[in-house]
Structures are given as structure tokens and as C-alpha cells.
Design a binder for this molecule. Structure first.
Ligand SMILES: Cc1ncc(COP(=O)(O)O)c(C=O)c1O
Length: 393
């Protein structure tokens, strides 16, 4: 089926590139014409171990022949093991499994409200950052600090306020008696690759402690090694009360998770929340394999080394072309801020066999698989330079 035919059947909500991807191995993907691409998108930070990692293929095969789904009416060993592993890694205490990032954030918002409800306290509002992105459900577009995601969907759920990132005074001013939680991405991905600075996050934690407010970290894009530590919050040395994960956790299999401290997590009491597919044996088995391969293949060290290498290469581009202003980001969630619309660069890269993406109209964003090699980073940088040269910027 060609793209025109496909558009007859699909809702037009995605502004897709005009290629059809059919297969991939490692950091290379192929389209239906046989053209090969170096993949610096990784399914938007999902393909942690690249495409068709043998360990994941093995797990998927084994689990498919054992059990795909059994409902949360019962326990399943894969869900139990994954919950234990995530608790050990995060040092939080309780885990709820779902299927996507938006659902994990939806759960976090519900839990923050339920926690105060259970104590008979009337706190319900959530403060998030401008330029944040938290998902596409009604609650999570209300939480998102970007107007463009809200157009056409009013009336929106109430109880959300937005303040500029890295401005502690603005946050303090926004807090009132109704504030239940502050929800932040340690590094904003979709909103333009903006890093929350360490002093700010430390101050936010202190503010939350002093005022009895919950701190939620949305690590849907930054979690599972993307920033060179298993979770971005580890770099700051503070811990959120609630943490949300999705994307890289399943390495390509849909799974989301919300983690919470003991005292908060227990408020998600029996019957208060749930989802049919959440924590199914297949997704959990694959996520366990992703985490185990990350340990065996020393992926976090690779992220740190490749990040340094990549940033040096990107900085050279910034030094060479006046249209590029700065390199942004952390680990393998990197961007270049430009003074021009970067869509032509993304399109030219695609023509030259490199997939990259944008974070807003003026930011190039790069999210390669976490096991990307030194040679592949060099190749990507060279394809990127070649594409920019071809545009005569
Ligand atoms: C930080 C963050 N939160 C939430 C989401 C929503 O995740 P999903 O698309 O899986 O619903 C995303 C997706 O890009 C994200 O980057």
C-alpha cells in the first residue's frame, strides 16, 4: 500500500515523513524501497537497544510461547520481577504499570490528588513548567505547558498552572493552599531540549518538603539511561515522590510505569485505578531484558562516552555556522538551537540517509539508541555536516 492509499484510512493527526519503514537492525533502518538510514531518532527515545536486539527477540519469542496476557485479576511473575527491579534501581517503593507515557502521567496526577484526598486535605492543583510536554490525554494536555496541544479541546480539566523552568521565585509565587504537586521533566525533550539546572531542582525539592507538596518527575523521555544514569534525577542527588517512565523502558514494546514512595503509593488503593493491559507478561518480560542487557553491555558508560563525542561534534557545527546558536541537552538527548527553521535540515538529512528530529521549529534533536557505536556517531555527524553544506546556510 502506498502513502496516498494509507492516508485514506489513517486519521491525519501525525505530520509524517513520506517514507515507510519496514525493518531495522541495531541503529540502521530500511524503508520499503530498500533505502537504508542511520537512525538517530530511535522511535523518539524508545529503541533503547536499537532494532532487533537478539536478547529482546529471544525474550519476545519465549514469552509469546508461554503467555502474552493474563489480566491484573491475577499476579504474573514478569510483572512482579520488573516491579522489584525498578524499585531497586530507583529506590522508590511502589510501582503501577500501564501502557504509555501519558497514562503514567495521568496516574501520577490522579495519585497526587488521591493522596491528599485520603488525608482529608483539599489540595488538588498541579504546577508544571512552561514548554513542558506531558502527553496527549485530556489531563496531560492540561498539564502540558504549551498552548498548541490544547487548541480545539476545551473545556480542559482544571487545576493546572505553568511557570517558567529554572525560576524558583516564579514557582514559589505560584504555590497556594490548593497546590498538591509540582511536576517537572528534568530535561525537557519535546519543548525544545531545555535542561533544568541542578540548583533549581534542589530548591524545588526543598520547597516541596517545606510546604508538604509532592514532587513528580516525568522521566518518560529522560529515564532508562537516556541521560547517562538510569534516571536523570540521580544526577541531582534528590528523589521525587512520584516518577513516571515509558518510552525506553520497553525498548519498543509498549509499557509505562508510575513509581511512588511508600507513603504516597499506598493511596492507589484497590479499585481506585487500573488498566487492562498494564503490566502484561510480554511487556514486562521485554522490559526486564532491556534492563538486564543495559547492565551486561555497560550501556550507561556508552551513553556517557558517546554523549561527549557527539557534543564535541555538534559544537564544531555551532562554531562553523552562524545560524546555530548552542548545543543543548544531556546524555543522548541532545539538540542544537538554531536561529532558523530547521525542517529543511531534517529533510535533507533524511535524503542523505540520516533520521533526526526536531523539538519545536528551531531546534534539531538527536535521540540515538543507547548502544550506538563510536563509528555510528561519527557517521551521523558526517551525514549531518554534509546535509547542512548542501543547504548553503
Ligand atoms: C516527557 C514526556 N512525557 C510524556 C510523554 C507522553 O508519552 P506517550 O506518547 O507515550 O503517551 C512524552 C512523549 O513524548 C514525553 O516526552
Amino acid at each position: 500500500m502506498n502513502i496516498q492509499e494509507a492516508n485514506q484510512y489513517l486519521t491525519p493527526n501525525y505530520a509524517r515523513f513520506p517514507i515507510t519503514l519496514t525493518q531495522g537492525v541495531g541503529s540502521r533502518v530500511q524503508d520499503d524501497t530498500g533505502q537504508s538510514y542511520l537512525d538517530f531518532v530511535a522511535g523518539i527515545a524508545v529503541n533503547t537497544l536499537g532494532h532487533a536486539h537478539p536478547a529482546m527477540v529471544k525474550t519476545i519469542h519465549e514469552q509469546a510461547t508461554t503467555m502474552l496476557h493474563c489480566s491484573n485479576l491475577y499476579y504474573n511473575p514478569q510483572q512482579n520481577k520488573l516491579a522489584k527491579k525498578l524499585v531497586e534501581l530507583s529506590t522508590l517503593d511502589k510501582v503501577f504499570f500501564c501502557n504509555s507515557g501519558a497514562e503514567a502521567n495521568e496516574t501520577a496526577i490522579k495519585l497526587a490528588r488521591k493522596y491528599f484526598h485520603d488525608q482529608g486535605v483539599n489540595k488538588f492543583s498541579i504546577i508544571t513548567a512552561t514548554q513542558s510536554f506531558h502527553g496527549r490525554t485530556m489531563q496531560t494536555i492540561a498539564a502540558t505547558g504549551q498552548d498548541k496541544v490544547k487548541v480545539g479541546f476545551t473545556p480542559l480539566p482544571q487545576g493546572f498552572k505553568h511557570v517558567p523552568l529554572n525560576d524558583i521565585a516564579a514557582l514559589e509565587n505560584a504555590i497556594d493552599d490548593s497546590t498538591a504537586a509540582i511536576m517537572l521533566e528534568p530535561l525537557q525533550g519535546e519543548g525544545g531540549v531545555h535542561l533544568a539546572n541542578i540548583e533549581y531542582l534542589e530548591a524545588v525539592r526543598t520547597l516541596c518538603d517545606n510546604k508538604g507538596i509532592l514532587l513528580i518527575f516525568d522521566e518518560i523521555q529522560t529515564g532508562i539511561g537516556r541521560c547517562g544514569t538510569m534516571f536523570a534525577f540521580e544526577k541531582v542527588g534528590i528523589k521525587p515522590d512520584i516518577l513516571t517512565l515509558a518510552k525506553g523502558l520497553g525498548g519498543g514494546v509498549p509499557i509505562g510505569a508510575m513509581l511512588a514512595s511508600e507513603k504516597v503509593g499506598v493511596s492507589l488503593s484497590a479499585g481506585s485505578h487500573g488498566t487492562t493491559f498494564g503490566g502484561n507478561p510480554m511487556s514486562c518480560a521485554v522490559a526486564l531484558t532491556v534492563l538486564s542487557v543495559m547492565e551486561k553491555e555497560d550501556i550507561l558508560n556508552n551513553v556517557q562516552a558517546r554523549s561527549t563525542q557527539f557534543q564535541i561534534g555538534l559544537q564544531k557545527l555551532v562554531d562553523t555556522y552562524t545560524v546555530f546558536e548552542e548545543v543543548r541537552g544531556d546524555g543522548l538527548l541532545l539538540g542544537i538551537k538554531a536561529s532558523i527553521d530547521v525542517a529543511p535540515i531534517v529533510n535533507q538529512c533524511m535524503k542523505n540517509g540520516l533520521l533526526i528530529l526536531m523539538a519545536g521549529p528551531q531546534v534539531l534533536r538527536f535521540l540515538p539508541a543507547l548502544n550506538i557505536t563510536e563509528e555510528e556517531i561519527e557517521e551521523g555527524l558526517s551525514l549531518l555536516s554534509q546535509s547542512i553544506e548542501g543547504l548553503n546556510l
